[in-house]
Design a protein around this ligand. Structure first.
Ligand SMILES: [Zn+2]
Length: 107
């Protein structure tokens, strides 16, 4: 899947290359969520996962919006901010060009 490549592109274009390169995985077994960001834990590196079904059902453009959403969580984590959807999330989401619509049912 090209999403790993897009993580690099969006990092350069929208985040001024501020984010680390982390694995972006596309997972079949994600039932209710479109994507998630998992911080590093117990020796495992941080990663972003995107649901295969989400890509198939909503298309690549929407999947990129979800990737951007998860990248804002990555940014929060790397900035030592708490993960969540508070004011700092909303401000950064606007700055990187996430549309309001894409926020539905994304963790
Ligand atoms: Zn979220």
């Amino acid at each position: 899947m090209e999403l790993q490549l897009w993580h690099g592109r969006l990092n350069a274009k929208r985040f001024d290359d501020a984010l680390s390169t982390i694995p972006v995985r596309v997972l079949r077994r994600m039932r209710s969520r479109l994507g998630h960001y998992a911080p590093a834990q117990r020796g495992q590196p941080a990663e972003i996962a995107i649901s295969t079904r989400h890509v198939k059902r909503h298309g690549f453009e929407q999947a990129l919006q979800t990737l951007l959403h998860e990248m804002v969580h990555q940014w929060q984590d790397e900035m030592k901010l708490p993960l969540g959807h508070g004011p700092d999330f909303r401000e950064k989401a606007r700055a990187v060009g996430i549309t309001a619509r894409a926020k539905r049912s994304v963790d």
